[in-house]
Ligand binder design. Structure first.
Ligand code: PEP
Ligand code: MN
Length: 349
């Protein structure tokens, strides 16, 4: 249910409605637009008489029941597009954001070198896995806490915010100590307890699409994070499993405009995990931006042939640098921009 406040509603009137909703044991989520304030009410079941009760509160213009299953992620509850600030980087604004880095943090040298190279080419956020979900338990599973420390060193060296995956609630505290954005991987996209815990951790969350998630299920997964009071969720399409085996996954590029019709959350495309092959990454990256994605997440490595994970889909520094101007050109063609490398953050003091 949404409570649409009058344009003239006062702070006291807004607070009064919020307090009444909370007193009933329901969730109240405030969305303050330039013109109007909306209070989203969630809870189950909503009392049948609630509409009538809230409608007579002073400052309330109207009360509308929302029948869609997803609420906080949908436009009804939040009619403005979500913008998320991560240090100096704004996600979901006019500019597209490129996140780049290795699949796994392997060493300080490899990570810092990659951070410098992708930053010089125009990436604004550094990725790198310290806790790696691997299909086989015998593969390299990441450096753990040491990997987080290395990412923090790379941030200090370059000024780039960092994103890294958290796989289990018991690691959230350690990851939160270092990361700027939590990544929830495809395999964990419906791990509801993890989603709730990360929703309480006070930092933005990038939620990758699970291998077989319907778009509505994906939004409902994001809803778990937001229902804990965290509005800063970014979606990332990374390909889904289909009958096709020529690519690692099938990039569902249509999810970008469809999600944008359903939700105010920023949506990224990860062409690397979709393609599985380096040669296909540029085409899928450009397709993502052409479809309207708010950003890309791309794997790059100083020496992909020796990478401990996902080498086959990781770009060399040269390939990454060659791709960036093409991304800028497509961004411009769809009315967006890519911040020039020189505009990207200075090293903070
Ligand atoms: C990754 O980003 O390295 C990763 C494991 O991605 P996904 O969860 O999409 O497979
Ligand atoms: Mn990877």
């Amino acid at each position: 249910m949404i409570v649409v406040m009058e344009t003239t509603a006062t702070r006291e009137q807004i607070n009064g409605v919020m307090a009444r909703v909370k007193a009933l044991g329901l969730g109240a989520h405030l969305s303050e637009g330039e013109e109007r304030t909306i209070i989203g009410v969630v809870g189950s079941p909503l009392p049948p008489s609630l509409d009538d009760e809230l409608e007579i509160h002073s400052g309330v213009e109207r009360v509308v029941r929302i029948t869609k299953k997803y609420k906080l992620t949908g436009w009804d509850f939040h009619p403005q597009k979500t913008r998320i600030s991560v240090r100096d980087v704004v996600i979901g604004g006019d500019a597209v954001t490129v996140i780049a880095g290795p699949c796994s943090v392997e060493s300080e040298e490899q990570t810092v070198e990659t951070a410098r190279a992708v930053k010089a080419a125009g990436a604004s956020i550094l990725r790198g896995g310290a806790y790696k979900p691997r299909t086989s338990p015998y593969d390299f599973r990441g450096l753990g806490r040491r990997g987080l420390e290395i990412l923090a060193t790379a941030r200090k060296e370059t000024g780039m915010p960092i994103i890294t995956e958290v796989m289990t609630p018991s690691d959230i505290e350690a990851v939160a100590e270092f990361t700027d954005i939590f990544q929830i991987g495809a395999r964990n996209s419906q791990n509801y307890l993890l989603l709730e815990e990360v929703g309480r951790a006070g930092k933005p969350v990038m939620l990758k699409r699970g291998l077989s998630l319907l778009l509505e299920e994906w939004l409902l997964a994001a809803e778990y994070v937001m229902a804990q009071g965290n509005p800063d969720v970014i979606l990332c399409e990374r390909g889904i499993r289909t009958f096709e085996t020529a690519t690692r996954n099938t990039l569902d590029v249509s999810s970008v405009p469809v999600i944008q019709g359903m939700s105010h959350l920023p949506i990224f495309v990860d062409p690397s995990h979709a393609a599985g092959k380096r040669a296909l990454v540029p085409a899928l990256a450009l397709a993502g931006i052409a479809a309207g994605a708010d950003g890309l997440m791309i794997e790059a490595h100083p020496n992909p042939d020796q990478a401990l994970s996902d080498g086959a889909q990781s770009l060399t520094f040269q390939e990454f640098a060659d791709l960036m101007p093409r991304i800028a050109a497509v961004a411009e063609a769809v009315g967006r921009s890519l911040p020039a490398a020189a505009d990207i953050m200075r090293v903070p003091a």
